[in-house]
Design a protein around this ligand. Structure first.
Ligand SMILES: Cc1cc2nc3c(=O)[nH]c(=O)nc-3n(C[C@H](O)[C@H](O)[C@H](O)COP(=O)(O)OP(=O)(O)OC[C@H]3O[C@@H](n4cnc5c(N)ncnc54)[C@H](O)[C@@H]3O)c2cc1C
Length: 388
């Protein structure tokens, strides 16, 4: 059994790294951490200009036609560099949904602009009372001739402050079981009645609450059938559940190793020679390897056309819990200095341990919480009955 990604992927990695070295500058990294906004127009433009915007898309649509394993190589490199890809990721996810279920007119209006980095599409799924149980959404859409009138509130609408469109989950029929009365829309963010309010998370990310008061949207912007929003959502959620955080664990390991080489104890001994430090680094290296393999298994299954059931949730769950646990362990190991931030010049390893400690908390929440992923594995993988 060969767990390497192969020569084509190695060559691709070599081709992509100079791009990241050139464009993922220290100045950009600092701006991303300072603002908490995981998007940068200049970086996106550079990706588009050099053909890296949507390498997994077919060549005729502006991609490079890369297969899932090659795509994994590109996303491993982007994550390793902590590049600003959240806005690009949500935009391309919605473009993928529109490609699958949208009308020809919608495809023509959205896909070329999405792949050219000209628009940002954000996700309006979560509500104050409907997060994990997203199908319980209550944001109402009521038909009025050729238009729909939307009223409601969404929570955690990340990048809404810079978004051009929100991919909005609405309730169009309250009188049927919850999954059967949902409809999706692509709503322009500059439409009267759309308001955005900033929310800053513990992880340092800027996200938002977004409000919709009598927002009018043409029926042309309905994505998928009326009351068939759950089927449309399923296409989107499948993409979300395949995430993994191996690259963040790699960053944590590198940051702690660098500290262990530099730092000494009261007797002047290198911390790297302390068995406790070596054990912690060893545990992190194992979690990194398992996370990487789980993520690679998802890509390999996608490439070979095998049906994915629990492999995506396993990858997301394991790697997010691992980065959270290991970051906490590293802080205990390093001591109070570990809590010096990126912006403190005396922070060990450029403050990366503190950054990853806070970042890790969000990873176990967005794209489905750990409990929800465990439920999915129990139900789909082990055939256990539903809990609720
Ligand atoms: C940084 C960040 C960015 C985000 N970006 C977006 C975005 O762009 N767009 C968007 O729509 N959403 C976004 N989200 C929202 C995210 O998807 C939700 O936070 C997540 O789905 C959980 O929903 P909730 O916060 O309402 O928690 P709840 O669903 O209220 O869960 C609360 C707790 O109960 C547990 N729980 C809930 N149901 C069950 C169950 N059936 N069994 C066992 N335990 C359960 C959960 O695991 C959790 O621990 C973002 C969240 C964060 C933190």
């Amino acid at each position: 059994m060969d767990f390497r990604l192969g020569e084509a992927s190695d060559a691709l990695r070599e081709r992509f790294r100079p791009f990241l070295e050139e464009h993922m500058t220290r100045e950009l990294e600092e701006r991303l951490y300072r603002t908490g906004v995981n998007h940068d127009d200049g970086f996106t433009r550079a990706l588009v200009e050099e053909g890296w915007m949507a390498p997994g898309w077919p060549v005729e649509l502006g991609g490079q036609g890369l297969d899932p394993i090659e795509m994994l190589t590109v996303s491993e490199e982007l994550s390793r560099a902590d590049a600003p890809t959240y806005g690009i990721g949500t935009t391309l996810m919605v473009a993928t949904v529109i490609r699958a279920v949208g009308t020809e007119a919608q495809q023509a209006a959205v896909i070329p602009r999405a792949l050219a980095g000209e628009i940002i599409i954000v996700l309006g799924f979560t509500e104050p009372e409907a997060g994990s149980d997203v199908a319980a959404a209550t944001t109402r859409a009521v038909r009025d001739g050729d238009e729909w009138v939307i009223d409601g509130q969404k929570m955690f609408t990340t990048n809404a402050q810079i978004g051009d469109y929100v991919f909005l989950l609405t309730r169009t029929n309250p009188d049927v079981p919850k999954h059967k009365g949902l409809t999706m829309f692509l709503v322009p963010m500059d439409q009267p009645g759309v308001e955005v309010q900033a929310v800053y998370t513990l992880s340092g990310e800027r996200t938002n609450i977004s409000y919709y008061n009598d927002v009018r949207v043409s029926d042309e912007w309905r994505i998928g059938g009326v009351d068939e929003g759950w089927a449309t959502m399923t296409v989107a959620l499948q993409a979300e559940h395949g995430a993994g955080f191996a690259a963040s664990i790699a960053r944590l390991l590198a940051a702690t190793e660098a500290w262990a080489v530099e730092a000494t104890d009261e007797e002047g001994r290198r911390r790297l020679d302390d068995p406790e430090v070596r054990e912690a680094l060893g545990r992190t290296a194992i979690d990194l390897e398992v996370s990487r393999l789980l993520q690679r298994r998802v890509a390999w299954m996608a490439e070979t056309g095998l049906p994915l059931a629990t492999e995506g949730p396993m990858s997301k769950l394991f790697s997010s819990e691992a980065i959270k646990e290991r970051a906490q362990e590293m802080v205990e190991l390093v001591g109070p200095d570990a809590l010096r931030s990126y912006f403190d010049p005396t922070a060990p390893s450029h403050g990366m341990i503190e950054h990853l400690l806070r970042y890790s908390v969000g990873t176990t929440i967005y794209a489905g919480t750990s409990e929800i992923h465990r439920n999915m594995i129990a139900q789909r993988g082990l055939g256990l009955p539903r809990t609720r």
